[in-house]
Design a protein around this ligand. Structure first.
Ligand code: AMP
Length: 512
């Protein structure tokens, strides 16, 4: 027997087994009217209604439906209402600048766009056949309610379920095509390794647009857990939600972990979730000290994973194991500081140049309309991560980055993209953008700039303001240094490693 693996499997199970459970506690404070508490039966109804509305609009199977939104129950439901009936959800980073969002909508060929009310201005600035504002246009998106059944979709596990745009090594973001099979296997293996059960309460500290919230919208739903939606990241607020909802699991970039630790400093009384919460961290290597603090000061379990949008994302997991029980806590933290051991179904190796390669059934199908990038990334039938590392005793450690990407606050930024924006200023003659270690952001986007003496000079704030016209705020340099010249090779290529050297001197790893 063969049944295609589709995202509907997760929702179908929840609707069958846990119809009356509170499935989602929506963010109470948001510009659209909060959906409040909704059951799995109701999520099932709304997903169906969404599909029926897309039928009525004539959006075909395979048609792209984009959504630009902070975390919300509406976005969560769209993972099922759009992808579950064969259409392709394009969850877009809400922090991007208008020009970047425009590019993604055009490139993905989205025929429907849904935007958070905070981003209502996009209605006038983006060209798309149908644009809806979440909340205000709920009737048009979810309004058919209980009645209309969507056209059935027979299911195809090789069909693309989502396209997630990610800043890579190119000036333009690439659309990562993830299939139903990719999402299914990522979500189930993740749930297995993280021991997800129907008693778990999941706090959405991770943006759902980012690699589909690492697959947790599916994992939690399939297991009948509870979703707690949080819209804005604030350490103390995270602690309050943990206390209020009995949260047991969350995923976060190291910067969010630091925010929680900061929040704990002023928290009165016992930290909520002691011995109950597990926090799953990725995006950058967390410092050993941070791991120790999570375990000592919060009393939460620390789990690390490593992966990329392109790998759905789970490749490795680092979690306490029995053999380490008798080690002292610093040594345990040091071991947990490694990116982790490959999860079930993932094969990994390090090539001759030190690059981490991976094979798995949740590696991307391809980059949307970009066969060259797809072939490059998958040459030799291995996915090339662009990360440098080691593979010893069954564990991967990520030590540097081969790709020209800066990771700041858990988000990838292509250096080239920032260089492009800076170079478009008339006073800039040469520019190199690098990441330098930073306590708060992991890496701080730093621009080294040579000015053109023949043009009107510009200062640092002027250049940052110029970048803001083209790029999302988080991609703009936080620091600008003016130089007389930049180190280059004989052929004129920028020597970024030389430019980075003084900032990274004496560090074991070349990423932070
Ligand atoms: P993204 O596609 O935005 O999820 O970014 C993926 C990139 O984040 C990887 O290629 C790594 O460079 C970085 N990354 C993710 N997890 C880790 C980790 N545990 N340790 C070090 N770097 C990581």
């Amino acid at each position: 027997m063969f049944f295609p693996l589709t995202v509907n499997d997760f929702l179908d199970r929840a609707v069958t087994v846990y119809p009356d459970r509170v499935a989602v506690v929506d963010e109470p404070v948001q510009p659209a009217e909060s959906w409040g508490e909704i059951t799995y039966a109701e999520i099932g109804r709304r997903a169906k209604a969404q599909a029926a509305n897309l039928d009525a609009m004539g959006v075909p199977v395979g048609g792209r439906v984009a959504i630009v939104s902070q975390n919300s129950a509406r976005l969560l439901t769209s993972f099922f209402g759009v992808s579950g009936w064969g259409r392709v959800l394009v969850p877009v980073n809400f922090r991007l600048a208008v020009a970047e969002i425009r590019y993604i909508i055009e490139h993905s060929g989205a025929e429907v766009l849904m935007v958070d009310p905070d981003l209502r201005h996009l209605v006038d600035e983006i060209d798309c056949e149908r644009i809806f504002v979440l909340g205000e246009d709920d009737d048009k998106i979810w309004g058919r309610g209980t009645g209309a059944a969507p056209r059935p979709w027979e299911g195809d596990e090789s069909a693309t379920a989502t396209i997630n745009y990610t800043s890579g090594t190119t000036a333009r973001p690439k659309g990562v095509q993830l299939t139903h099979r990719n999402l299914w296997l990522n979500a189930t293996t993740f749930g297995l390794h993280a021991t997800m059960t129907d008693r778990d309460v999941y706090l959405h500290t991770l943006p759902m647009f980012h690699a589909n919230g690492w697959g947790w919208p599916f994992t939690v739903t399939g297991m009948g857990g509870r979703h707690i939606v949080i819209r804005q990241i604030d350490g103390s607020e995270i602690l309050r939600r943990v206390e209020k909802h009995g949260v047991t699991v969350m995923c976060a970039a190291p910067a969010v972990v630091t925010a929680v630790l900061d929040g704990a400093k002023t928290w009165e009384g016992e930290i909520p979730g002691r011995d109950k919460v597990r926090i799953i961290v990725a995006g950058a290597p967390p410092p050993t000290r941070t791991i120790e603090r999570v375990r000592d000061e919060l009393g939460w379990e620390f789990i690390q994973i490593y992966g990329l949008t392109e790998t759905s994302p789970l490749l490795t997991m680092s979690r306490m194991r029995e053999e380490w029980d008798d080690l002292d806590s610093t040594e345990q933290a040091r071991r947990l500081g490694r990116a982790g051991a490959p999860t079930i179904g993932v094969r990994m190796m390090i090539d001759d140049l030190g690059e981490v390669l991976a094979q798995s059934n949740h590696n991307l199908a391809s980059y949307w309309q970009n066969p060259e990038a797809t072939a490059d990334a998958q040459s030799g039938n291995w996915f090339h991560t662009g990360d440098g590392g080691t593979f010893e005793d069954g564990y991967i450690t990520i030590a540097d980055r081969k790709k020209d990407v800066i990771i700041t606050g858990g988000e990838n930024v292509s250096s080239i993209e920032v260089e492009d924006a800076l170079a478009s200023h008339p006073a800039v003659r040469e520019v190199a953008v690098i990441g330098i270690p930073d306590e708060k952001w992991g890496e701080l986007i730093t621009a080294l700039v040579v000015l053109d003496p023949d043009e009107d000079p510009v200062d640092g704030p002027g250049l940052i303001a110029h970048c803001r016209e083209h790029l999302a705020g988080y991609k703009c340099p936080k620091k600008i240094e003016f130089r007389d010249e930049l180190a280059r090779t004989a052929t004129g290529k920028l020597q970024k490693f030389k430019l980075r050297q003084p900032f990274w001197e004496g560090r074991e790893k070349q990423i932070n």
